[in-house]
Design a protein around this ligand. Structure first.
Ligand code: ADP
Length: 447
């Protein structure tokens, strides 16, 4: 495994090296080839200047004396060329000394590489011979040219060193910029792994991907914390749900055994009630396990929904009457759907039980069933304790009970609505809740 810093450093240095080498090669090649035409033109112009100079000297002095030849030689030297004077019989009459050019390197080598260009030598409009100007075959023949090229290459060499330094510094800067948030994120992941969900490192970054990642990690921590609290709540809830009926059963049975109480119908019906509560809890838990494992199987048939709802409402009437709760309804007749009768029963029993559990004496529960344009809508509305706004989004989660319902003895284990929602959705329907704390709750189902 290699750290990000060294990977970035290697990458940056590699890119810097490649770029500089590439630019150096390209520049050298361009100078040698692309500019060669331009240089050739310039050379011809320079040659013609030499020819003009020699002709002028010849004209001014009526021939070329030793002084004139010396001047030509100096001129030739300063231009880095060799000059030959050729007569009409093609014989070399004079040649500027090549000895002095040895300063440019090995003389033989230099002269051997000279390429001569011939120009007519005119005086007073008449050709009297030829002037040949010899230059190195290489385009970069002159000292200045060679120096120019080597200066360029040394500039590239300096640039090479600078780019490596810049690459090193920028790789360190970038690594620091990205590594710090990544390091903090890694630390956060470790905290979460160890069950610490709060006070995670704050990640400040302008990089959108890292910002998104840190938000996701934060959300993950919140979800896990939520699940954790739930798990703990579940254990305590189930323990609580089991403890109360079992304690009642135990005390009653012990009282019978000790002969303190005679088993009469009142006492036995209390025992029966507690056993029913336990059985319901176990049924809810088993339903929940079916829902959690996505194994709901519906036994579908044609269901007279209006009739089914009327029957359920009727069966709840004595219970509601007992607590003086007004159970009102507005059920459209002959509404039929395809569904599982038992599961549909379960849905409405859950809703009517909740409305009953969470409505105070003299309250109202109002049930409606009507056909809308494309759907069938059922509402169960009560004037009960309502649900705090923050809890509404959670009430369909398993084992969720709002704190105010928790304080009531009537509260269940918080499984009913989870099962109800799963059953409604298994029927292709939707369920949602509108509620105001202290005013009441309305559950709406649409199939
Ligand atoms: P429980 O068995 O606790 O009633 P549910 O899943 O049926 O479980 O409901 C979850 C929670 O939603 C309840 O604990 C309660 O806080 C809230 N709730 C459900 N129905 C109502 C209602 N009609 N009025 C007020 N609160 C309700």
């Amino acid at each position: 495994m290699i750290g990000v810093t060294s990977q970035l450093r290697r990458y940056f240095i590699f890119v810097a090296m490649i770029s500089i080498v590439f630019v150096t090669i390209i520049s050298n090649v361009s100078i040698r080839f692309l500019f060669s035409d331009y240089i050739k033109d310039t050379r011809i112009k320079d040659d013609l200047k030499i020819v003009q100079y020699v002709e002028q000297l010849y004209y001014d002095n009526d021939g070329l004396g030793p002084q004139s030849l010396m001047n030509i030689m100096h001129y030739a030297l300063s231009e880095g060329v060799s000059v030959r004077l050729i007569d009409m019989q093609d014989a070399i009459v004079w040649q500027s000394s090549t000895d002095n050019m040895s300063m440019m390197g090995n003389r033989e080598e230099y002269t051997a590489n000279l390429v001569y260009k011939q120009y007519p030598f005119n005086n007073k409009g008449k050709q009297i011979g030829h002037i040949e100007v010899g230059r190195s075959e290489s385009i970069f023949s002159s000292l200045e040219d060679q120096q120019f090229l080597s200066t360029i290459n040394s500039v590239f060499a300096v640039a090479f060193i600078f780019s490596i330094i810049i690459a090193l510094l920028s790789s360190m800067h970038i690594a620091k910029k990205f590594l710090l948030p990544i390091f903090l994120l890694k630390e956060n992941a470790k905290f979460i792994e160890n069950g610490k969900y709060k006070n995670l490192n704050q990640i400040k970054t302008k990089t959108s991907e890292l910002h998104d990642l840190s938000v996701s990690v934060q959300e993950l921590a919140e979800k896990l914390e939520y699940q954790d609290t739930f798990r703990k709540r579940l254990t305590s809830d189930i323990a609580h749900e089991l403890r109360t009926p079992l304690a009642t059963l135990q005390s009653h049975v012990e009282a019978f055994m000790d002969g303190v109480w005679e088993p009469n119908i009142d006492k036995l019906s209390i025992i029966h009630g507690e056993i029913t509560r336990l059985t319901k809890l176990i049924k809810d838990l088993s339903d929940l396990s079916i829902i959690e494992s996505d194994e709901i199987k519906l036994n579908t048939s044609r269901v007279e929904l209006s009739e089914l709802l009327n029957n359920i409402i009727e069966s709840f009437e004595p219970l509601y009457l007992n607590r003086n709760i007004n159970l009102k309804k507005e059920i459209e007749d002959d509404i039929v759907i395809t569904g599982d009768t038992d599961r549909l029963n379960q849905i409405f029993i859950n809703l009517l039980s909740n409305a009953y559990k969470y409505t105070n004496e003299k309250g109202i529960t109002f049930i409606t069933l009507k056909k809308l344009k494309n759907t069938i809508q059922i509402t169960v509305e009560d004037t009960g304790i309502g649900i705090p706004e923050d809890d509404i989004k959670h009430i369909f989660e398993r084992f969720y009970r709002s704190d105010i319902s928790r304080n009531r003895d009537s509260g269940g284990a918080g499984i009913g609505l989870t099962i109800t929602k799963a059953l409604v959705e298994a029927h292709g329907g939707n369920i949602w809740v509108k509620s105001k704390e202290g005013e009441g709750t309305k559950v709406i189902i649409e199939f």
